[in-house]
Design a protein around this ligand. Structure first.
Ligand SMILES: NC(=O)c1ccc[n+]([C@@H]2O[C@H](COP(=O)([O-])OP(=O)(O)OC[C@H]3O[C@@H](n4cnc5c(N)ncnc54)[C@H](OP(=O)(O)O)[C@@H]3O)[C@@H](O)[C@H]2O)c1
Length: 344
């Protein structure tokens, strides 16, 4: 019997995930039944949102991985066998099939994850369906265009700007004529942002972060696209213009701290700033993206106006350490991907 590798959840992470929270296993390659399709995983996306699925007690989000189960996560895969009329061997698809080398899906019985969507290899490298031309790109689009309502001439600040969502959101800001300033951890990531066309960058790990941000935004901030929360956000808020807007995309500083975190309670300062600056704050979900998001991103990519930077680690076994590094520090710029196999 043919076997494959898969990654199971070995322990619920306490705080940030650690590589030891996951276990590499051998398992039989599954056989597709009636109406089912066998997929060979080519690429995995190590999205920070996966962290919500492995909280011991589910808080928000609709997916929960129990101990011993295969890790949940988005993947781009090759159809290798099909008992379904809409899918043929050789098709490339994107779906939430998890950290495994092969997966069987039943498109007609698919749950909230939806049937695998076809990826057009003629448009772009197929792994962009997990980054700039997929969920992170669509999230960036919704956050900048619909929620943030970015305008030409505005100063926009983005946190986790060297990541998948922030990188695309920054490019959308530039396409719309805004001045775009990115926040990232460390001088190397900040230098990479400037190389990518950001107008300014600030290193939130540096002791003079607030001063760096003030130098990059001398007239204050009109729109803050927030991916992180925490101290970074409190520092940015103090430099918002009166009536500024905050589009709350994510809060990676709070993944794994439950609903309250260890404290201290920073809400008094938060409310004071909100009130004093008449700020508008609105959360949003990338799932709200309409078809125009995907169409616009594809057109920008085709016209050479949108880049899709990526960082690649090799092999399924590399997934646990790379995923842990998303929360505890890494040097990756762009969409973080695991290359699992070749499409042969
Ligand atoms: N609203 C939605 O529908 C939606 C959809 C997708 C993603 N999100 C959220 O958007 C955020 C970014 O996602 P992504 O896919 O772009 O992530 P990503 O590419 O994996 O980048 C995440 C980056 O966040 C930074 N980071 C990690 N911990 C941090 C902390 N404690 N404080 C400040 N920065 C920290 C790290 O960069 P540095 O080295 O620069 O620290 C890390 O590389 C996440 O919070 C994610 O959950 C929301």
């Amino acid at each position: 019997m043919a076997t494959m590798k898969q990654v199971a959840l070995a322990a619920y992470p306490q705080g940030n995930p650690r590589p030891e929270d996951f276990r590499i296993e051998d398992a039989p390659v599954p056989e597709p039944g009636e109406g089912e399709v066998l997929l060979k995983t080519l690429w995995l996306a190590l999205d920070p949102l996966i962290r919500f699925a492995i909280d011991e007690k589910p808080l928000t989000g609709i997916t929960h991985v129990a101990l011993g189960e295969v890790m949940y996560g988005p993947a781009v895969s090759l159809v290798v066998k099909s008992n379904h009329p809409d899918y043929a061997p050789g098709d490339v698809v994107e779906g939430r099939t998890g950290w495994r080398e092969y997966a069987v899906v039943a498109p007609d019985r698919s749950d909230y994850r939806g049937p695998p969507r076809k990826v057009d290899p003629a448009l772009a490298p197929v792994q962009t369906a997990l980054g700039a031309l997929g969920m992170p790109g669509e999230t960036a689009y919704v956050g900048m265009i619909d929620t943030g309502r970015v305008q030409a001439g505005e100063t926009v600040v983005l946190s986790a700007a060297a990541g998948a969502v922030g990188g695309v959101a920054g490019q959308i800001g530039k396409l719309k004529g805004a001045r775009v300033v990115g926040i990232a951890g460390g001088p190397e990531k900040c230098a990479a942002l400037l190389e990518q066309g950001f107008d300014g960058a600030a290193d939130y790990k540096a002791p003079d972060f607030a001063q760096q941000l003030a130098r990059a935004c001398p007239e204050g901030i009109d729109l803050y696209f927030d991916n992180v929360g925490g101290e970074v956000t409190l520092t940015v808020m103090a430099q918002m213009k009166r009536g500024g807007r905050m589009a709350i995309c994510g809060f990676i500083a709070y993944h794994g701290v439950g609903m309250e975190g260890p404290g201290p309670d920073r809400l008094p300062g938060f409310f004071r700033m909100l009130n004093a600056k008449s700020l508008e704050i609105r959360g949003f979900a990338g799932m709200m993206a309409g078809p125009e998001a995907r169409t616009s991103l594809a057109a920008w990519y085709r016209d050479g106006k949108l880049a899709a930077p990526e960082a690649v680690v090799e092999g399924l076994e590399a997934a646990p350490a790379a995923f842990a590094g998303v929360f505890s520090g890494n040097s990756f710029v762009g969409k973080l991907l695991v290359k699992v196999s070749e499409p042969t």
